[in-house]
Design a binder for this molecule. Sequence first.
Ligand code: 5GP
Length: 265
Amino acid sequence: MLDTAIAEPESAEGRLRVTEFLTSVPAIGTTKMQRAMVELEIASSKRLGGLGKYQRQRLREFLSSREAVNRGRRSGQLIVLAGPTAVGKGTVSSYIRENYPNVLLSVSATTRPPRPGEIDGVSYYFVDDAEFDRLIADGELLEWATVHNAYRYGTPQAPIQAALDAGTSVLLEIDIQGARSVRASMPEAKLIFLLPPSWDELVRRLIGRGTEDSAEQQRRLETAKVELDAVGEFDHSVVNGSVPEAAREVVELMESRRSAPARQA
Ligand code: 5GP
């Protein structure tokens, strides 16, 4: 592809933008591509056929070093666990944290105040609005979203990239908007949807938790209805009938390298 592009700058290959070429390489998503463009000192408007001699050389070296690394070891997988509100994502991920110490769980930043028993730096990084604005402005978040029209939540990028580069898989427990953002920026991520055993059970769990007032419960139920429809966008679904069982299924999916079944439209 690169050879044709260089020999024939006006060909389809030659006219392909370097950014598009890089994201077509397996396991290079938008984030890795952007980092590579800076490293390679190539402007994002450049097409393959228009690269200078040294840019071509750096691009070739970059691609062959990636191949060597990929032959030597597999990079970690990014796994996203999402699902409707109150389905028990937090409980399943806490169970995984306590019972599967080898699984690395990402710690999100949030502007929500801590609930009793939550520990800063373990449950979340509890930050104020100004600090959250700074995290966004400095590009430190892989994704972020305002959840239930209330507080902001975001996934710190650096620890995830470091873990993936070291070959460690990482689990993110985030909302559905966040899962969609991750899919867009890292298409290689594996998306798991946690389902309730039934709608009635979901309602029971939401009311039973008792941490939100009734207006907030109503708002979250409305959100949950819409969220359940997103299951078709995910690679796998796991029913949260029993927490240990659901946790085991999620960990097994993390460990499996099976490619995801075809996603439904
Ligand atoms: P809670 O306030 O109950 O801990 O979490 C509310 C929602 O925020 C849950 O659906 C949880 O999955 C989601 N959430 C937690 N961390 C993140 C994050 O980093 N990004 C996004 N998009 N959602 C998150």
